[in-house]
Design a protein around this ligand. Structure first.
Ligand code: ATP
Ligand code: MG
Length: 426
């Protein structure tokens, strides 16, 4: 026998029960973005590798070890499956001069690819939706991005997400801080682990989010970035904080929060849940005022966030907030070829009127069809049997409550269906 094939490790099928929840989330998200004035953008899954090297930074987990990259066999281009969405959005904004007539609020949703060790909440193909507010320099937009997340959690019925907030200042402030941090860490070299030593010269700020208790002990005495901020950076951060306070959005300032991607400056934030185990970060974002120039565009400020769909969906499900699977309004049964033709048209007319209708397929006795009707979860069974056909009628049988079956003239079935359905649901 031919062995059955399986999906690639870390890349998941989403089966219908689960896919309905995804669809629910996608609809809520699209509507929520529209209400906040964000417009959709769709970019390719495949980009030049150089885009991510330049945008995300060489000394990051993603670029060092997580990208799916290859050389195109025909064009010899170095290509990569996108590991995140911001670089592509900014590339597209530059390529199509999207900011020529002013700033833009954009959103995207789709699969991302990172070659990580698969585990709960961490996959090789995963999905993100995210916002990018391009061309806005002020703290108001940083606060807007954060507050809109808070409102989405409320709308989805997800509680207990903690907002961690920090500012990482300007590149100059960070450079001065980095020099002092490296000096301090060098002086404590023997107490660092291999990971921290490696990062010390490639990306020293990332030593700050080491999970190793021994390294954290060293970090307790390290210089703090907040002490290196100038007046402008502090004013920006204060602006964000006062808008969050006004909106009633609670946060904790986490001075160790530096985020994994190089392109951030000033505001950085994460939304974290304790209900997801080790993979608790549902959303990460921040400001990236240097990214346009870094990608060869005219300098322009930017800020955004990305939400991990798999993690958010797990929270929605665990909170019992997944909507029940939608029931068909009617399941249509038939006898004989004439009955089928009639039933086919009836189902078609009902769908055109906006109802969810499943027509029985595959033949069988009315009794066996009725079993299928029941199992479908439909509210009503519509029966086009021999007798109904002869009299120009349709039998309507409520399936979810104990109520008598009625006959309605075929010609009136569509017109009366809404009322019949309402009775069946009451
Ligand atoms: P982590 O620290 O969990 O690796 P990250 O800092 O790499 O996260 P970002 O690049 O900020 O993550 O991506 C934003 C969000 O996308 C994360 O908060 C998470 O919810 C989700 N995400 C990132 N990587 C994965 C993955 N491999 N599988 C599932 N979700 C992911
Ligand atoms: Mg990661």
């Amino acid at each position: 026998m031919t062995p059955a094939l399986q999906a690639v490790r870390g890349m998941n099928d989403v089966l219908p029960d689960e896919a309905e929840l995804w669809l629910h989330l996608e609809r809520v998200v699209a509507d929520w973005f529209a209400r906040w004035g964000y417009r959709p953008i769709r970019t390719p899954l495949v980009e030049p590798t150089a885009l991510f090297r330049r945008a995300i930074g060489e000394a990051t987990d993603i670029v060092e070890k997580e990208m799916y990259s290859w050389r195109d066999a025909l064009s010899d281009e170095a290509l990569t499956l996108r590991p995140e969405g911001t670089a592509s959005c900014v590339r597209a904004a530059i390529e199509h001069s999207l900011l020529h007539d002013g700033p833009k609020r954009l959103w995207y949703c789709g699969p991302m690819y990172r070659h990580e060790r698969p585990q709960k909440g961490r996959y090789r193909q995963f999905h993100q939706f995210g916002a990018e507010a391009l061309g806005y320099p002020g703290p108001d937009v940083d606060a807007e991005l954060i507050v809109m997340c808070d409102r989405l959690w409320q709308e989805l019925g997800v509680a207990g997400l903690r907002l961690e907030l920090n500012t990482i200042g300007s590149p100059e402030e960070r450079a001065r801080y980095r020099a002092d941090l490296v000096r301090y860490l060098e002086a404590n070299l023997e107490r660092l682990d291999a990971d921290a030593r490696r990062r010390l010269y490639t990306n020293p700020l990332r030593v700050l989010d080491s999970k190793n208790p021994r390294v954290r002990e060293v970090l307790a005495g390290a210089p703090v970035l907040a002490d290196y901020l100038g007046a402008d950076s502090r004013a920006h951060f204060d602006g964000v904080r006062s808008l969050l306070d006004a909106a009633g959005v609670a946060y904790v300032v986490n001075p160790r929060l530096v985020r994994g991607l190089d392109y951030y400056n000033l505001t950085v934030f994460e939304w974290v849940s304790d209900a997801l185990g080790a993979q608790g970060t549902v959303c990460g974002g921040g400001r990236y005022d240097g990214l346009f120039a870094q990608l060869g565009g005219r300098p322009a400020p930017g800020a955004g966030f990305a939400v991990g769909c798999e993690r958010l969906i797990a929270l929605v499900r665990d909170a019992g907030r997944a909507p029940p699977p939608p029931r068909p309004d009617a399941y249509v049964l038939q006898q004989s070829a004439d009955g089928f033709a009639q039933a086919f048209l009836l189902a078609d007319e009902l769908r055109a009127a906006g109802f969810r209708v499943v027509q029985h397929a595959g033949g069988g006795s009315l009794k066996s069809q009725m079993k299928k009707a029941d199992a479908s979860g439909a509210w009503l069974a519509l029966i086009v049997g021999e007798e109904e056909l002869a009299r120009g009628e349709v039998s309507v049988k409520p399936l979810r409550r104990n109520a008598p079956q009625v006959r309605v003239p075929r010609a009136e079935t569509v017109r009366r269906f809404a009322q019949l359905l309402q009775e069946a649901k009451s």
